[in-house]
Write a protein that binds this ligand. Structure first.
Ligand SMILES: [Fe+2]
Ligand SMILES: [Fe+2]
Length: 358
């Protein structure tokens, strides 16, 4: 699937442009929200923090960072077979996800212009960073003879509506998990330069600082709205989104084990490190977090990953849809059951430790 080049007549795409992967629950989505509600948000409770993060975003530390060096100028055909497929898949998923951030932030900036100039400026600075990230990843895909038509994606992919509260929880988490994903790969490759198969990873250190700043901006939005952290609903949604993001991460990382192996990373260990660190970071913004050190936590998540891979295998087994559906049911039940058990594990109250971590 990942190495297929789009047939222009069939898809309306230009030659050499990669057909977008089939949309699944794991594909990064494009979002839209209630722009009016965001324009009216009162941020006065976090004024100093907002000004501090705006100053950081305006400083534009990575203005000259995303410039391809001469290391990219070579043939990459030695990355082949399953590693190549998994690597292109990693690039595509990352590019789509960065671009999804760009579209949402750009639209927020546009819609808030004249109504909430401070937020409009902040979203435009965030969009600037995500455009660089997506563009850099798309150029990396071109090194493998493919690229994404981002204009085509903008017009043709469905947009999912999330209320502002959900946008704040999920974007905060995706920025922070993005930070940990990039920095852990970077640190690993620093310690093991023999696995540095492609120069993209050398850019991750400064790159992840962009994601960290984006996460800090969303932390300001979250903490400025008491209803997002001072009641039972907020605790419910915090743990719900943590679990959703961690389950998605586990499924996608374990499905692409061969890519991580190609750069000397054990996918299970990496998944755990990313999740443990993101959960710990979320303690600074969310009212409640998960206990990722509970002995049942990762075994249950990994059972979901096995069930998800089985579902994918059933989807491609050429049997009639009705039969596939019957084959899938028990595996869907496994995922639902494991997620429910995970959600019901004891949680950690982050508000009680807030004075200590802030
Ligand atoms: Fe990004
Ligand atoms: Fe970001």
């Amino acid at each position: 699937m990942v190495n297929s080049i789009a047939i222009p007549e069939a898809t309306g795409l230009r030659a050499g442009i990669k057909a977008p992967v089939q949309e699944t629950l794991l594909t990064p989505r494009f979002y839209t929200t209630n722009f009016d509600a965001i324009a009216q948000m009162d941020l006065s409770g976090q004024q100093a923090e907002l000004e501090a993060i705006l100053a950081e975003l305006r400083a534009d530390y990575n203005r000259y960072h995303f410039v391809r060096n001469e290391e990219f100028e070579q043939c990459w055909n030695h990355i082949d077979g399953d590693t190549r497929k998994a690597f292109i898949d990693f690039l595509e998923r990352s590019c789509t996800s960065e671009f999804s951030g760009f579209l949402l932030f750009k639209e927020l900036s546009r819609k808030l212009k004249g109504r909430n100039p401070v937020l409009s400026e902040a979203f435009s600075l965030l969009a600037r960073d995500e455009a660089r990230h997506a563009g850099f990843l798309n150029k990396a895909m071109a090194d493998f003879g493919l690229s994404l038509d981002l204009g085509y994606l903008t017009k043709n992919r469905p947009y999912t509506f999330f209320p502002p509260e959900w946008v704040i929880y999920t974007v905060y988490l995706s920025e922070k998990i993005g930070y940990w994903r990039y920095i852990l790969v970077y640190r690993h490759l620093q310690q093991h330069p023999e696995h540095q198969i492609y120069p993209l990873f050398r850019y991750f250190e400064n790159w992840c600082q962009d994601e960290n700043r984006h996460g800090d901006f969303f932390k300001v939005l979250l903490r400025s709205q008491p209803k997002l952290w001072n009641n039972w609903k907020a605790r419910f949604w915090s743990r719900f989104f943590l679990l959703t993001v961690f389950a998605t991460h586990t499924l996608t990382v374990l499905e692409r084990s061969s890519f991580y192996e190609s750069i000397g990373i054990d996918s299970h260990e990496y998944n755990q490190q990313v999740i443990d660190n993101t959960n710990e970071t979320a303690k600074r913004a969310f009212p409640s977090i998960l206990d990722t050190y509970h002995p049942e936590f990762f075994p249950r998540l990994e059972k979901c990953a096995i069930a998800s891979q089985t579902l994918a295998a059933i989807s491609s087994n050429q049997r009639p849809t009705v039969i596939q559906f019957c084959q899938k049911l028990p595996w869907i039940a496994v995922i639902v059951w494991q997620l429910l058990r995970l959600y019901l594990l004891p949680s950690i109250n982050a508000e009680t430790s807030r004075t200590a971590v802030n």
